[in-house]
Design a protein around this ligand. Structure first.
Ligand code: CAA
Length: 273
């Protein structure tokens, strides 16, 4: 997600700092962006000059202090509230007083991150969708502490990135995931119950409902670990059985079948040898 967000932000004219825990990961993220931009040039979607300019706007670093110059910091780390809270504490210490600190969380309570900082009025959610370079929607999430200026700035930022912002209250799953994940979870349940094969479930939802991809292809795209974390957060908030992750999903994560990113999820992405 981080690299997708950095790519569309740089293409929209913003100076971007990609900060990762190690310099090699940060460099690898930027190398990935360069490759994607190159593909866009080959497809004649953008010129080489536009790609080069976008790339030159991105700085890769492992140094936290570089973020002190940024007007907006958007975290996109693992979906774990303790990790995020710790990060917000650190960011609050480093960032300038005017800086908005935002989270790309899909489900976790933004208020908990906001309250780690001395600036809860300048904290909100800015939630991009997968793949971030393609999907137009951005959910701007308003915790009860956020100021009007913060929410307006977040919307302006999303619009400037050529995205379509919608405003949502700080409630687990916001709009999209609260509606999407019961569907994905029920698809796994259907597979577990042997009602149909995953290929046929995917085909059914594509060809019967016009969805761009079936539920298992989408789960693999989002990542099964992320999907499980989303369902757990939804269940934690609502205690609704619809959100209780199906055992097969949990076992897939334990088996490190995480989807495209690990080479295997519901489908196998390892190239044939
Ligand atoms: N990463 C980056 N770019 C990708 C991509 C990926 N994984 N997959 C496809 N693309 C790009 C392609 O490069 C192509 O770009 P150009 O048109 O500029 O060349 C464009 O997307 C269209 O791709 P294709 O023509 O190859 O394929 P497609 O028409 O099947 O579209 C798709 C691919 C856009 C991913 C489409 O299948 C789709 O919309 N799928 C549904 C995705 C979705 O539901 N996302 C939301 C997930 S939920 C979420 O993100 C919330 C959360 O918090 C976890």
């Amino acid at each position: 997600m981080g690299s997708g967000i950095a790519q569309c932000t740089a293409l929209s004219g913003f100076e971007v700092v990609v900060r990762s825990r190690s310099q090699s990961t940060a460099d690898a993220l930027v190398a990935g962006i360069e490759k994607t931009l190159q593909k866009q040039v080959e497809k004649e979607k953008i010129t080489g000059e536009v790609a080069g300019t976008a790339l030159s706007r991105i700085t890769a670093t492992s140094d936290f202090s570089v973020l002190s110059d940024c007007d907006l910091v958007l975290e996109s780390v693992v979906e774990d509230i303790h990790t995020k809270k710790h990060l917000f504490l650190e960011l609050d210490r480093i960032c300038a007083d005017h800086t908005i600190i935002a989270t790309n969380t899909s489900t976790l309570p933004v208020i908990e991150m906001a309250m780690e900082t001395g600036r809860p009025d300048k904290v909100c959610g800015i939630h991009f969708f997968n793949p971030a370079t393609v999907m137009k929607l951005v959910e701007v999430v308003r915790p009860i502490t956020a100021s009007e200026d913060t929410i307006e700035s977040a919307k302006e930022f999303a619009t400037a990135c050529d995205k379509i912002p919608v405003e949502v209250r700080d409630q687990a799953g916001f709009v999209v995931n609260a509606l999407l994940f019961p569907y994905l979870n029920n698809a796994v349940r259907m597979l577990e119950q042997g009602i149909a094969s995953m290929e046929d479930i995917d085909t059914s939802m594509k060809e019967g409902c016009g969805f761009p991809m079936g539920p298992f292809t989408l789960l693999d795209l989002v990542g099964l670990d992320t999907s499980l974390a989303i369902l757990d957060a939804l269940y934690e908030e609502y205690r609704d059985p619809n959100y209780a992750a199906v055992p097969l999903l949990r076992r897939m994560v334990t088996a490190e079948r995480l989807g495209r990113k690990s080479g295997r999820g519901f489908y196998n992405y390892h190239s044939e040898k």
